[in-house]
Ligand binder design. Sequence first.
Ligand code: PLP
Length: 221
Amino acid sequence: MSAIQNNISQMLQVLPKDVVLVAVSKTKPEEDIMQAYDAGQRVFGENYIQELRDKYEHLPKDIEWHMIGHLQSNKVKYIAPFVQLIHGVDSEKLFEEINKRGVQNNRKIPVLLQIYIAEEESKFGFDENELHDLLSNLAVKNQKGIIINGLMGMGSFTDNESQLHHEFSYLRQIFDQVKSKYFARSSEFQTLSMGMSGDYKIAIECGSNMVRIGSAIFGRR
Ligand SMILES: *Cc1c(COP(=O)(O)O)cnc(C)c1O
């Protein structure tokens, strides 16, 4: 068994059954993805549009591709036909563009709204007020090309476990509130994407049900 296959099977053993593993394969060659694929992994996350498109075209069609990185509105059209989940929706403009491209492609594109939880200024996402503004607006709109499956967040780049605990718990709290306030009568809002190689254990303790793991599977980038 290759190192990658080993890492995948170990990861699947430690993750609770209800936590989805997104294997983050950005910058990694297609051979590496195929090793993970051969170990049974089907969900992969990418950050760059061109790379995502190339890999989608070359690799098996039963792979579920997630766009996890920052996405510019003018790039949505390139992935709209096939992307299975867009994690980082962080503006109303991007939301509208995804909806428009979903309609054009005759599908509802599943998305997660990204919430800003870290201390760093550089991370993207809505704050709590912006999130409520967006969702109360949307409640009266008829969105045909997009479906909100949940929330996503990135913790601070730190070893401070109590800080990460605090950030992830905060996001979990927002998730529960939003779910009961705006999605009480639908089953579409289920996914809370938080946790990466360095902090996924804490994220899961705080209620994550989707982790995005790159280096712990594929090695350093
Ligand atoms: C790269 C990336 C990851 C994976 O990071 P690792 O530390 O390698 O596990 C997860 N989420 C996002 C948004 C990323 O850009």
